[in-house]
Design a protein around this ligand. Structure first.
Ligand SMILES: [Fe+2]
Length: 266
């Protein structure tokens, strides 16, 4: 540990130490599975390599509330509430954002593979330099005046969503020395009420930061981690225009997409 001139305690943990902790945790998980334990689709909520998870993971069982009461004030989304242009993050300003133009599309499905229709899907992301428009993001990468990094759409009758955006850059964070998040897009699926909202992250194939990232690695099961990685689909790429990725979101069942516990995520 060290203390900055502002009195902030910072960690000096190295990537090698974090990577060793990840390997030890996964080896323990695989040993338990080999001994008969059930495979987990969920992440470890208190995953020591992800330092802040130790302080903010839930320590008590969820408090049950009457959903009919809490959802009285909940939103209901319709096609008049979401404009088609909100799904194109490259059209929100006077000029074109910098970076690699891309589309991402997929289906929201239930555990039986049925489409989930009329779902509000929201995304937020860093710009191509790995910078968010947020006061807490002060790392020295440029903001893009032509990119806000947020969009939304509704799924169609086949459960399809589609966004046009810019591929986000990797960005540093404070978990340990030289910690970098793999490029990712945050996704939220609202269900029909605030209390049903789920949040997750989509990653890009072949990212060299996967084995080093304690958030991605907090999911102990390799299959569950893989399901967060989009597939590059050349048929979705547009000539002279953009690259295309496909990523499905599965809400329940053995192929379910991993969802973040409330209050987490970087
Ligand atoms: Fe992020």
């Amino acid at each position: 540990m060290a203390t900055t001139c502002e009195g902030v305690v910072v960690t000096e943990t190295t990537q090698a130490e974090i990577s060793a902790e990840i390997s030890a945790s996964h080896a323990g998980y695989e040993a338990r599975v080999a001994a008969g334990a059930v495979r987990l689709d969920a992440p470890f909520l208190d995953f020591p390599p992800y330092r802040s998870s130790l302080l903010r993971h839930p320590t008590k069982n969820p408090k049950l509330v009457d959903p009919e009461t809490i959802e009285l004030a909940s939103p209901a989304f319709g096609h008049r509430d979401v404009a088609a242009a909100e799904s194109d993050l490259t059209l929100q300003h006077a000029g074109e954002p910098l970076g690699e133009r891309m589309s991402v599309t997929g289906r929201v499905l239930d555990g039986e593979g049925r489409p989930v229709r009329n779902q509000l899907v929201e995304i937020w992301q860093a710009n191509s330099s790995g910078r968010y428009i947020h006061q807490r993001d002060q790392h020295p990468a440029p903001l893009d005046p032509n990119f806000t990094g947020a969009g939304r759409c509704l799924t169609d009758d086949d459960g399809n969503y589609r966004f046009v955006t810019i591929k986000p850059g990797a960005y540093p964070w404070k978990n340990h020395t030289n910690a970098w998040r793999p490029a990712h897009i945050h996704f939220s699926v609202f269900g029909t009420a605030f209390t049903q909202r789920i949040v997750t992250q989509m990653y890009f194939p072949g990212d060299p930061l996967f084995p080093l990232d304690p958030i991605y690695q907090s999911i102990p099961d390799a299959g569950a981690r893989d399901r967060l990685i989009a597939t590059y689909d050349h048929d979705l790429s547009s000539p002279e225009w953009s690259l295309g990725y496909r990523w499905d979101i599965v809400l329940t069942g053995s192929r379910a997409t991993w969802f973040e516990p409330e209050g987490s995520g970087a």
